[in-house]
Design a protein around this ligand. Structure first.
Ligand code: SF4
Ligand code: SF4
Length: 294
């Protein structure tokens, strides 16, 4: 079984649109949205949840008002300025609270419970392209790397039970913990980039990260006509690093038109961009087969 991850370094390069097109083209795959902080693949795939489960991670303090004497100890001890004490007792600011538990430990009245924290939800859903594992972390919540790892485990179990030959994942942006978690165990990473200064800079950083984890990488240059000089620089960089450029896609309003109708561009149009994406997919399958044989 292959695990292919679509990443971008930064947002806005068209990563999710490319993932949706590949999800449409590919066969016998489990689809996974690992961008748990800001998922948007569901906007195109319109998943129908079979099951939704709470994502519990870490703890949060909960003041038991009847026990609180407003002594002020918790406010003094909290280094994050996340708990305030007034005449009505102590009140926790959930945005500031880091869940360290210091207030719980030092409260002389044992008036603060430390309860498991509901940080988001994850779902297994049906889509017109196959089964999908996806999640939504609540705003401001951390531990997205842990949720990514959970989703990947779910996707693998689904693939095994459904006899799927591929897990296709829409990855998180950046090069931090969620991306590292998403890359773990991946056979192939596809970097969707664009010819801008930040696009090429992010490409270099992501390639460095993939090299570190020894994960073969390939590239799709989206909006390749945006800046021909930088597009050339990206090609040169890929040549030097031995990275396959799977395809170069022009700026195409059909990406947006398709998204507005909740369709993958390859469903929406049979134009040249859709054709290039189909060719890119064939190259990617070839690369996946070669990397498995190596
Ligand atoms: S330390 Fe405990 S008793 Fe004192 S103000 Fe805080 S919650 Fe209330
Ligand atoms: S758990 Fe830590 S951060 Fe949160 S209110 Fe208590 S002391 Fe402050």
């Amino acid at each position: 079984m292959h695990e292919i991850l679509i990443i971008s370094g930064k947002g806005g390069t068209g990563k999710t649109s490319v993932t949706a097109a590949f999800a449409h083209i590919c066969e016998n795959a489990v689809i996974c949205d690992l961008d748990v902080d800001a998922p948007d693949l569901h906007l195109i795939l319109q998943p129908q949840p079979r099951q939704t489960t709470e994502f519990i991670s870490g703890f949060e303090p909960k003041v038991v008002a009847e026990k609180c004497t407003s002594c002020g100890t918790c406010e003094q001890m909290c280094r994050f300025d996340a708990i305030k004490v007034g005449d009505e007792g102590a009140v926790v600011d959930p945005i500031r609270c880091e869940g360290c538990g210091v207030c719980v430990y030092f409260c002389p009245e044992k008036a603060i419970d430390f309860i498991p924290k509901h940080c988001g939800d994850w779902s297994i859903s049906d889509t017109r392209f196959g089964t999908m594992a996806h999640a939504q972390l609540f705003p401001g919540e951390e531990n997205s790397g842990k949720l990514v790892a959970l989703l990947r485990t779910q996707a693998r179990e689904l693939a095994a039970s459904e006899g799927a030959s591929l897990i296709l994942s829409d990855g998180p942006p950046g090069i931090g913990c969620p991306v590292i978690s998403a890359l773990s165990g991946t056979n192939l990473a596809v970097m969707v980039t664009e010819p801008t200064p930040s696009g090429i800079h992010d490409l270099e950083r992501v390639v460095e990260l993939c090299d570190y984890f020894k994960i073969p990488t390939s590239v799709i240059i989206n909006k390749c006509d945006l800046n021909k000089t930088i597009a050339g620089d990206i090609r040169t960089f890929c040549d030097k690093k031995g990275i396959c450029v799977l395809g170069e896609l022009p700026h195409d309003p059909d990406f947006v038109n398709a998204m507005v109708q909740a369709r993958a561009i390859t469903e929406f149009s049979q134009g040249s961009t859709s054709q290039k994406l189909r060719e890119a997919w064939q190259r990617l399958l070839q690369q996946a087969a070669e990397s498995k044989a190596a």
